[in-house]
Design a binder for this molecule. Sequence first.
Ligand code: NAG
Ligand code: NAG
Ligand code: NAG
Ligand code: NAG
Ligand code: NAG
Length: 557
Amino acid sequence: MRVIAFLSLFVGLVLGKPLETDQLISVPEGWLHNGQASPSEEVELTFALKQQNVDLLKELLDLVSDPDSHLYGKFLTLEEVASFVRPSPLTEKVVQNWLQNHGVTRCHTVLTQDFLQCSMTIQVAETLLPGTEFHSYKRNDQILLRSSSLYSVHEDVSQHLDFVGGVLRFPPREKVISKGWEGSRPTAKGIHLGVTPSVLRTRYNLTEADVGNAANNSQAVAQFLEQFYHPADLAEFMTLFGRSFKHLSNVERVVGTQGGGKAGLEASLDVEYIMSTGANISTWVFTNPGRHESQEPFLQWMLLLSNMTAVPWVHTISYGDDEDSLSTAYMSRINIEFMKAGVRGISLLFASGDSGAGCRHLEKENVFRPSFPASSPYVTTVGGTSFKNPFKVSYEVTDYISGGGFSNVFPVPPYQASAVKAYLKSGRPLPPQSYYNTSGRAYPDMAALSDNYWVVTNLVPIPWVSGTSASTPVVGGILSLINDHRFLKGLPSLGFLNPRLYKLQGTGLFDVTNGCHMSCLDDKVEGQGFCASPGWDPVTGWGTPNYPALLAALLQG
Ligand SMILES: *[C@@H]1O[C@H](CO)[C@@H](O)[C@H](O)[C@H]1NC(C)=O
Ligand SMILES: *[C@@H]1O[C@H](CO)[C@@H](O)[C@H](O)[C@H]1NC(C)=O
Ligand SMILES: *[C@@H]1O[C@H](CO)[C@@H](O)[C@H](O)[C@H]1NC(C)=O
Ligand SMILES: *[C@@H]1O[C@H](CO)[C@@H](O)[C@H](O)[C@H]1NC(C)=O
Ligand SMILES: *[C@@H]1O[C@H](CO)[C@@H](O)[C@H](O)[C@H]1NC(C)=O
């Protein structure tokens, strides 16, 4: 047996098969090379095992999310999802034998059995994954190990794995979202509003009585940066800005480890605002989940969802990466994880990004740069708006930063096909076709204010905080309020919203029809991406929530 094990290891070096050839290898800004990893150092790698019944899972998601299907709202428990997708016995056996033959035995699995997370030394990792060479990288006081080259796996194993995590991708970049006091802000004309909970509640038509009431309702924000929210900041925020409505001032549960550093603007923003629209609703914070901070924190969160039977109904997440930097194998598998959440009745909301259509500079030309998971067909993506008149709670126009556009990887899903077609035919001036793929999944799906928020961080109220990471928790809290009414009526949660949202054709939303977002600064497009238009558009989606009308539209069935 030993001889065979040795042989297969040896053959593996020769017959390795790469899994993620299109994964970009580059060290993101801020990370410094810290020398080659020593053979005895430990890494923890995540093996994504091939699942069963993926096509059926997709069909099931369509059915439970389509209000016209007799299966609408007939959600599955995590155990049921597990029995559906868990890898075949052959897959489990082949992967386990492969790991054991390399002496990899310290592994954890998840309830759905489709991920294995294993600790091993660099020496073992480099033989297990031919082609790798691990190096140490440092950012502030965080150190992590990553391979500087692509990996392969043994040919016999390759058809049983989607990808291996913890080898190539770095944790997300920290986003700068506060405009601070920089620039010349209009002050001469009067007191600039700034967005606070009461401004949002007024604009989106939430009355004092519109707070959560159902016993089992819950919502969550997930954040993967090296920063954390401070309970004292939330309390101070609610003291300053929460006087006009009943709310909670404490987070119900923190999952993961909060960093030791200072409270972060983004972390504070997410939790302060989801608890302002989704007021009086139990709120969780997922923060750098997993045993090691050095892993892929977003992937860790996905694993957690597959390992916890009871998680909140609505999650808002402001993580995003350039679609072109991620391998198709990775994104496709993450999509399956989104489907697994959707069939459980969980709503996942992602920020659409803060770079408009984005810009990727290729050798000869520029193209727009979509972001993932915003471009995933299986999540609800939230864009940004600002007030037309910054001194008045009036109607909203496009925030030029609002992320939006078309995926270059995922085709347009059926639920939005006619909305996208209508936009493309609307006669709105469009950027040159060479910049984007009209056949791709288009986003965002809806929007909310994203400009000039007040946030309390490190006990100080800070103005001018902007970004779609502000609009996303605002929409999340409003969907939680709608879930609340559904629960009180004995109805299931909203789950994956998009199929139903697109059938509403804008009912319950304030249509945003003015303004364009930004893109490449070149001669051809001169910094302009897409423009808002009546109905759906790839800048603000269907528009921003008009709570009572949206509630009425989503409270049946
Ligand atoms: C999943 O949960 C089980 C039970 O709590 C735990 O033993 C296991 O380590 C978890 N898996 C991972 C990958 O964290
Ligand atoms: C909601 O707000 C808008 C604009 O502020 C207002 O016109 C409308 O009457 C309000 N109520 C409903 C139920 O839409
Ligand atoms: C707040 O929520 C709880 C249930 O979690 C409910 O009992 C209470 O009545 C709610 N408060 C208000 C003002 O609706
Ligand atoms: C709340 O959750 C518990 C446990 O899951 C369940 O037994 C109970 O029926 C739920 N209550 C409501 C009002 O949904
Ligand atoms: C459009 O999508 C195709 C693949 O479907 C891709 O090869 C091409 O580069 C994309 N176009 C742009 C502008 O990114």
